[in-house]
Design a protein around this ligand. Structure first.
Ligand code: GUN
Length: 281
């Protein structure tokens, strides 16, 4: 079994991006900039944002975090986004989710210019991705996709099963796999016989938020299994895949932690650089 080392893959990607930022700086005398807006003090969000800032600095991006208290008015956040939209030194804007209840998530997402939407959440980017046009691609599915391609460069005709249908993961993951000519089945928590669906898969991407849902006898040998889950349980953090069982049968599997997570952040940096490059055109 290949244990897919997301930490190593992310470090390699960051190294490549660092080189690219250096070359862009030499050529244009400018570096890509990432601005993250963090509202409130949820611990996981604080940790994510700290890691994003650290990684951005490591590859040489200009990075800024704007923090607001939980009580901030929606208007103030929207005004700040508008200011950042117009700021040429800002290539990418990310508003960390989840947001406090009084702030309309969709309004915030749609306020960010699609050209600066490093999350790929704006409807324009969602539409462009599904039409096969150039777009920002959500960081987590992009990270999964790069890990899958490392194991299997030619995905044409492969049967892929995506477990989970979220806008963040399942849906964009499906689009990426379709673009690679996979036959994709989207499943979710209400799917009737999930085991039967998974049993046919050459590739499984589990992103449904149910601890250790995908079992060993659901997986063929030679299947690549990507675990997006991060679930807090009594025995600590576990993924959506029963790691011990599945690792005995799968061809390749991502661990949790150390699999998809590090790639998500590296892909955010990649998206920021892509936005910068598109802004030069
Ligand atoms: N919160 C958890 N994951 C994400 C993400 O990918 N983007 C944003 N903006 N917030 C998140």
């Amino acid at each position: 079994m290949i244990l897919i080392d997301g930490k190593k893959a992310a470090a390699e990607l960051r190294e490549k991006l660092k080189q690219e930022v250096f070359e862009l700086k030499t050529k244009y005398n400018k570096v890509p900039g990432l601005t993250v807006i963090l509202i409130g003090d949820l611990t996981p969000s604080q940790i994510y944002v700290r890691n994003k800032e650290k990684s951005a600095n490591e590859v040489g991006l200009k990075s800024e975090v704007i923090r607001y208290p939980d009580s901030v008015e929606e208007e103030k956040v929207l005004d700040k986004i508008e200011e950042l939209n117009k700021d040429d030194t800002v290539s990418g804007i990310l508003v960390q989710l989840p947001l406090p209840k009084h702030i309309d998530k969709q309004k915030v997402i749609e306020a960010i210019y699609p050209s600066k939407d490093v999350d790929g959440f704006h409807p324009m980017n969602v539409g462009n991705l599904s039409s096969g046009y150039e777009s920002s691609i959500p960081c987590t599915p992009l990270g999964c996709y790069l890990l899958i391609k490392k194991i299997e460069p030619n995905l044409s005709g492969k049967k892929a099963v995506v477990v989970g249908r979220s806008n963040l993961n399942g849906k964009p993951m499906t689009q990426l796999l379709l673009k690679e000519n996979c036959t994709v089945t989207i499943t979710h928590s209400k799917t009737k016989d999930l085991k039967a669906e998974c049993s046919k898969a050459d590739i499984i991407v589990a992103a449904v938020g149910i601890p250790e849902l995908v079992k060993g006898d659901w997986v063929k040998k030679d299947t690549i299994v990507i675990d997006v889950g991060i679930n807090k349980t009594e025995k600590g953090i576990v993924g959506d895949v029963a790691f011990d069982e599945v690792s005995k049968v799968a061809k390749a599997l991502t661990p949790v932690p150390g699999g998809v997570g590090p790639m998500t952040i590296a892909c955010l940096l990649k998206n920021t650089i892509e936005c910068f490059k598109r802004s030069l055109k």
